[in-house]
Design a binder for this molecule. Structure first.
Ligand SMILES: Cc1cc2nc3c(=O)[nH]c(=O)nc-3n(C[C@H](O)[C@H](O)[C@H](O)COP(=O)(O)O)c2cc1C
Length: 173
């Protein structure tokens, strides 16, 4: 079977989902939604979720019909919680990615670029035997972020995910 790129996403309040839809459309590839087994309250997200995110701890996911063997490259989209990727994103990587796959991470956040993010994520991706081939941080400073994440029709991001130049490929501090 030919291997294909896939966009996988976790979204707590809908912004990352819209980014994932946009990116999957740009790439012309399929999408997989990651759900936690138990839907979180905002309280749980901010308290337990942020703590787990800081510790790179996975959360329990709802069953997912996904096999990464057939994937060429995964584009994992996740919000940032407490300066890190979400527990659901960590869980997806640990549970569903087979070794040796190329992983790109796309984050959405309400704040500006997080200079430590690349180093925060690298051990998680490499810890499961995958290759961390790129990070793209999207936030309200990026052109089109608010329009895309609020679902405005025809909205475009000011970065082109098809361009190698937009991807951070090494630590910047
Ligand atoms: C529990 C929690 C922690 C967050 N921590 C951060 C953070 O550390 N830095 C930041 O810029 N935004 C933070 N945010 C904001 C989200 O990353 C941002 O709004 C994101 O785009 C939401 O995506 P979603 O709508 O797909 O859930 C946090 C949001 C939540 C719910």
């Amino acid at each position: 079977m030919a291997q294909r790129d896939t966009v996988a996403f976790y979204s707590f309040s809908g912004k990352t989902e819209r980014v994932a839809d946009y990116i999957a459309a740009q790439l012309g590839c399929g999408e997989v939604r990651i759900n936690e087994a138990k839907k979180r309250s905002a309280f749980s997200a901010f308290l337990m979720g942020s703590l787990a995110a800081m510790q790179h701890k996975p959360s329990k996911l709802a069953p997912l019909d996904f096999n990464s063997s057939a994937v060429a490259e995964i584009y994992l989209c996740t919000p940032i919680w407490a300066g890190n990727i979400t527990p659901a994103a960590v869980s997806f990587l640990q549970k569903y990615m087979v070794q040796g796959k190329n992983v790109r991470i796309i984050t959405t956040a309400s704040g500006a670029e997080n200079k430590a993010l690349f180093q925060n994520i690298k051990p998680i991706v490499e810890g499961i035997g995958c290759k961390f081939v790129g990070l793209l941080q999207l936030n309200p400073k990026v052109d089109g972020f608010d329009a895309v994440t609020s679902g405005k029709e025809g909205a475009k991001l000011g970065v082109d995910v098809l361009s190698p130049d937009v991807w951070q490929i090494k630590p910047n501090i």
